[in-house]
Ligand binder design. Structure first.
Ligand code: C2E
Ligand code: CA
Ligand code: CA
Ligand code: CA
Length: 278
């Protein structure tokens, strides 16, 4: 009877902590993922609307877990961030993206840029500027082809952000504010930060044809950003009527499933080869 009671208790607790267990296992596996070659970079095209061509590619990380299959970055990036694993992973992302772009330049696509997401912890890493400089140098990539995507929350410490962004700008790389509109910052002080680009979050793009407030907001962001001489990218463009709206509002660049999902470098290389043969 007592033992029964115990096992029921134990079971109850196991059940309760299943989520936690799951997370611990994932965290444990993530420690080895980089060395085991389970991480990949996919790339998603960013299209210049006026020129109608791909100008840039955003590098997006993928994890192919040996048992679970593909684990989404939405699931493991927060774990990597909390544990600090994002530091070596982020370094790998940066170096890999620079090398891959150089490879594409050598293939003949010499005006493509690459955009790399920086995590909060990376942004506050003391050697960030050195790491960026070294990654560019090792890849032999001119700095203007690298764009770093940061989020609004990273700029809350304005004096730190201003200093570090100025240092990165001195290297010659471009800076984009990602997920724009979802954070607490305002365009008001963004005007003082040395940035080049804002990326309108896909949560606004999604309802642009059905929600007039979202439409007004996007139109306003585009307009103000243009006055500040920033490039505007809309992400998550899936439908033609969303594209039409962005076209009419003179958004510079678009990114989304309508054009291409993120794809492996092998697949993009193959598609580029085909294009060249045409
Ligand atoms: P994000 O930077 O906002 O990236 C855009 C996300 O939207 C990507 O999800 C992309 O695959 C997805 N997406 C692109 N077009 C569409 C579309 O038309 N419709 C919809 N519904 N989604 C679209 P993904 O690849 O799952 O990445 C999720 C987040 O994980 C990223 O959001 C970024 O915050 C983070 N992440 C991804 N790769 C890295 C990385 O290398 N380093 C860091 N620090 N974070 C990364
Ligand atoms: Ca991004
Ligand atoms: Ca986003
Ligand atoms: Ca993001």
């Amino acid at each position: 009877e007592a033992q029964n009671e115990f096992s029921r208790y134990a079971f109850y607790h196991y059940d309760m902590d299943e989520q936690l267990m799951d997370r611990l296992v994932l965290e444990h596996d993530l420690h080895k993922a980089l060395d085991k070659g389970e991480l990949y970079l996919y790339y998603q095209p960013q299209v210049n609307l006026r020129e109608g061509r791909i100008v840039s590619l955003e590098a997006l990380i993928r994890w192919k877990h040996p048992e679970r299959g593909w684990v989404s970055p939405g699931e493991f990036i927060p774990i990597a961030e909390e544990t600090g694993l994002i530091v070596p992973i982020g370094e790998w992302v940066l170096r890999t993206a620079c090398k891959q772009l150089k490879h594409w330049h050598n293939q003949g696509f010499s005006d493509l840029s690459v955009a790399v997401n920086l995590s909060t912890r990376q942004f506050f890493q003391r050697n960030l500027v050195d790491l960026v400089e070294d990654s560019l140098k090792k890849a032999n990539l001119p700095p203007r082809y690298l764009e770093l995507e940061i989020t609004e929350s990273m700029t809350m410490n304005v004096s730190y952000a201003t200093d570090i962004l100025a240092e990165l700008k001195r290297l010659g790389v471009r800076i984009a504010i990602d997920d724009f509109g979802t954070g607490y910052s305002s365009l008001y002080y963004l005007k003082d930060l040395p940035i080049d680009c804002v990326k309108i979050d896909r949560s606004f793009v999604r309802h642009v044809r059905t929600n007039k407030h979202d439409a007004a907001l996007i139109a306003m962001i585009i307009s103000i950003a243009k006055h500040l001489e920033l490039t505007v990218i809309a992400e998550g463009v899936e439908q033609v009527d969303q594209l039409e709206f962005l076209w009419k509002e003179h958004c510079h660049q678009v990114q989304g499933y309508l054009f291409s999902p993120p794809a492996s470098s092998e697949r993009l290389s193959a598609e580029y080869e085909e294009l060249q043969q045409q």
